[in-house]
Design a protein around this ligand. Structure first.
Ligand SMILES: [Ca+2]
Ligand SMILES: [Ca+2]
Ligand SMILES: [Ca+2]
Ligand SMILES: [Ca+2]
Length: 412
């Protein structure tokens, strides 16, 4: 602010100086008042935090309401709130609105940013009726005051344009939510069989998606079945719908083998509304929003008639009882692989093996060699195997596959 004081009379000059002093005092008291946020400091734990959009009004997919009924046409403002204090010039430069019903960019927007409220306002005094819109905030434009770009897809990483565009849709009277384009890429919502053991050698394999898919891309070229040995099994498509597809192996699977199902991200595509951003048609293979190097989606299962052993523990006098669901290879049940701990650490013990568990399976009565204190924790390594040579499935909710990295058993 510049004050022209030279040509003023002494009285007017004194008044102006008083105003200037008051303004200065007000700016000081604003900073000194602990109830007012200091907008010169970043929110969160550090300036490196990526800013993001915390809310849009109207919400994604909702109607933009006319706020001036006395004037013909639709006058309305879209308000965007940020998590952090943004650089005003950059925010204003990154805003665009697409009329996705016509495919045309909306011209004549009046855009403003309220720094203290961390809010962006996008106003038009004549929104077209019967149209759906896509608001786009580009991270290349929208940066916070510490030059950190917008995290539009909220995955905590800077993914750049267009992947980190913050997107929101709305529609005007005469249109509907169904006309709003998707603002997220498709994901796999379920796959069968999924990280489990099956006994069929010609299983039905089905994959379901979060969005309607282009059925011409739901073909066997984009779905790979590989055995653990690396050999590929041809899949034949048995059925498909808008959201799902089913396959069956052309040749029988082998018992004892693990199989990986891969959905080729570069192959399958969403069947989206016209004017949906193209990068949102590709599969989000790792569930962290769209990014440039999207991995293929992968899942696996085991084809086997033999069950992986699981174990449970109970307390006995001065010891712990381990009951396995299978007959075990006792040579693997050594003092390395079967242990008990208490508040003082490892509790050595004497192991007594028997086949008295239900189903004539292996039981170990583990008698402590020293007095114990507090509760016990029992441990069985995933390296232990059944007599049929299947590794332990020791995770809290066993999935039928033994020997996975999380299959060490820990019990109370
Ligand atoms: Ca109006
Ligand atoms: Ca991101
Ligand atoms: Ca991703
Ligand atoms: Ca497991």
């Amino acid at each position: 602010m510049v004050y022209q004081v030279k040509a003023q009379k002494p009285k007017a000059r004194a008044a102006l100086l008083l105003v200037a002093a008051l303004l200065f005092a007000m700016s000081c008291s604003k900073k000194d008042n602990p109830l007012l946020l200091d907008t010169n400091l970043p929110l969160g734990t550090g300036a490196g935090n990526l800013p993001y959009v915390t809310g849009v009004a109207p919400q994604n997919g909702w109607q933009l309401m006319d706020d001036d009924p006395h004037t013909a046409g639709i006058q309305a403002t879209v308000a965007v709130t940020f998590s952090d204090y943004m650089d005003e010039a950059s925010v204003l430069s990154g805003v665009s609105v697409l009329n996705t019903t016509t495919g045309e960019a909306v011209a004549g927007l009046s855009i403003s940013y309220n720094a203290d409220a961390r809010k962006l306002f996008v106003r038009h005094t004549d929104w077209t009726r019967s149209a759906a819109y896509l608001l786009v905030l580009a991270p290349g434009g929208a940066k916070n005051r510490w030059n950190v770009p917008l995290d539009g897809n909220r995955n905590g990483k800077a993914d750049g344009d267009p992947y980190d565009n913050a997107l929101s849709t709305f529609y005007t009277e005469g249109s509907s939510p169904d006309s709003c384009v998707s603002t997220a890429p498709p994901t796999v919502t379920s796959i069968t069989p999924d990280t489990t053991r099956i006994t069929e050698t010609l299983p039905d394999i089905s994959v379901a998606f979060s969005a309607a898919m282009d059925s011409t891309t739901l073909v066997s070229d984009n779905f790979k079945l590989l055995s653990v040995t690396g050999s590929s099994v041809q899949l034949d498509r048995t059925w498909f719908s808008t959201w799902q597809v089913g396959f069956r192996p052309r040749s029988p699977l082998r018992y004892g083998d693990m199989y990986t199902i891969t959905v080729v991200g570069a192959g399958v595509r969403a069947d989206a509304l016209r004017n949906t951003p193209q990068y949102l048609l590709l599969l989000d293979g790792d569930y962290d929003g769209p990014d440039q190097n999207e991995p293929d989606f992968k899942s696996y299962f085991l084809c086997d008639t033999l069950r992986a052993p699981t174990v449970s523990v109970t307390s006995i006098g001065n010891g712990t009882r381990f009951d396995f669901t299978e007959l075990m290879d006792e040579s693997t049940l050594d003092a390395q692989n079967v242990r008990t701990f208490d508040a003082g650490g490892y509790v050595p013990g004497t192991m007594v093996y028997s086949r008295n568990a239900p189903g004539n399976n292996t039981r170990i009565d583990y008698y402590f060699s020293r007095p114990t204190q507090g509760g016990h924790r029992a441990f069985v390594s995933r390296q232990v195997t059944s007599a049929a040579n299947r590794m332990l499935d020791g995770q809290p909710s066993p999935n039928g596959i033994g020997g996975e990295p999380w299959d060490d058993f820990w019990g109370q």
